[in-house]
Design a binder for this molecule. Structure first.
Ligand code: P1T
Length: 386
């Protein structure tokens, strides 16, 4: 079945007791046992819950995976995966990742003896050079947050596979509608389901999908042992959001394309980072591995006589009324932020500078509103911020 159908039906059947078409929210923390150890497949909701299992099955189907595991946040999913590692192990990580992913590697895992090397994976030779005998995990985001770099998933997986190292791809920005990392050789896919998968900015959640039996078993153990599980209510909301994911992604892509083209030709913009840009340095990879460019755009304003570019960016964001200045992305509403001050403040200033995350860099999550209203809002902010 195609992804539009799977998003609505995978893992879902009318409830056998009532015929309810929509998956019931099973809030019970515990489940009756006919006798000790004799139960209907559920004993305690941290270990397993019917609403969560339905979400996990649907999400797995969308990524073409055998297993799905739901977590209380994207960071909870990331942290749980990183706990498959042991002191002395090493991670090769894409150089441009969500600030919270960098933070957990640098501030939580490093003191536990798990180190990471950050590498621009658009250079596959440098990626191969970063691998060490003790490398036990490769981690990448593509498109990356917030510079929208594109990495060749198949190329990175080939390097890792030669050494028997698993590859985890954070597919939050692309979603399975636009990119399917498991089919390109990745061991597992991780999502902040807070973003496009839920799509309505009313849940914090994470998901991991994999077809690797050993990895799935390890994660299932850690999901229960570490306990970063989502509530059944949140699982229901993400499941509901998934039903419209393919339709929403179409609109995120078309609105994003329109805004990016408008920004690229705007005299007040000095630089646009956008996977759909025909001049994107990884254009060939975008065409090969993505079905569409997504709705994320980063850009830099030109300065004005009133101060630095960063000052102008602050004025620009404050002048918007349809866009909301907020962290996060992937919701139906358009959001805008300054990564250096907001989502990527935990990345050291010199690393940010090396990556191009200038203090004035602006990141847009294009929503699904009427695109003319979005253009009008930006146009007004350009004028008043000059
Ligand atoms: O926020 P949480 O659900 O814990 O997910 C973390 C996370 C993981 N991976 C990517 C690519 C992400 O973008 C995020 C969260 N990002 C934001 C909150 C943001 O505004 O970029």
């Amino acid at each position: 079945m195609k992804i539009e159908t799977l998003a609505i039906h995978a893992g879902q059947h009318p409830d056998p007791t009532s015929g309810a078409v929509m998956t019931p929210i099973v809030l019970s923390s515990t489940f009756a046992q006919d006798g000790p150890g004799n139960h209907k497949g559920y004993d305690y909701s941290r270990s397993g819950n019917p609403t969560r299992n339905t979400l996990e099955a649907c999400a797995a189907a969308l990524e073409g995976a055998r297993h799905g595991l739901a977590f209380s946040s994207g960071c909870g999913a990331t942290t749980t995966i990183l706990h498959t590692l042991r002191p002395g192990d090493h991670v090769v990580c894409g150089d441009d990742v969500y600030g919270g992913t960098f933070r957990v590697l640098d501030k939580v895992m490093k003191p536990m003896g798990i180190t990471a090397t950050y590498v621009d994976m658009s250079d596959l030779a440098r990626t191969a050079e970063a691998m060490r005998p003790e490398t036990k995990l490769v981690w990448l985001e593509t498109p990356s947050n917030p510079m929208l770099k594109i990495f060749d998933i198949e190329g990175v997986c080939a390097i890792a596979k030669k050494r028997g190292v698993p590859v985890v791809v954070d597919n939050t920005f692309a979603t399975p509608v636009l990119q399917q990392p498991l089919a390109l050789g990745a061991t597992a896919v991780v999502h902040s389901s807070t973003k496009y998968l839920n799509g309505h900015s009313d849940v914090v959640g994470g998901l991991v999908m994999t077809s690797d039996e050993g990895f799935a078993q390890q994660l299932r153990f850690l999901q229960n042992a570490m306990g970063a599980v989502p509530s059944p209510f949140d699982c229901f909301l993400v499941l509901r959001g998934l039903k419209t994911l393919p339709v929403r992604m179409d609109r995120h892509c078309s609105n994003g394309r329109h805004l990016a083209q408008w920004l690229m030709s705007h005299p007040d913009v000095s630089r646009v980072y956008y996977p759909g840009d025909e001049q994107h340095p990884q254009r060939a990879v975008v065409e090969r591995q993505m079905k569409g460019p997504g709705g994320m755009i980063s850009f830099v304003l030109k300065g004005s006589a009133r101060g630095t570019v960063a000052d102008r960016s602050q004025r620009f964001l404050s002048a918007l009324t349809v866009f909301t200045c907020a962290e996060s992305l992937g919701g139906v509403e358009s959001l805008i932020e300054l990564p250096a001050v907001m989502t990527h403040a935990s990345v050291p200033a010199e690393t940010r500078a090396a990556l191009g995350i200038d203090d004035g860099l602006i990141r847009i999550s294009t929503g699904i509103e009427a695109v003319d209203d979005l253009v009008g809002d930006l146009d007004h902010a350009f004028s008043v911020s000059r």
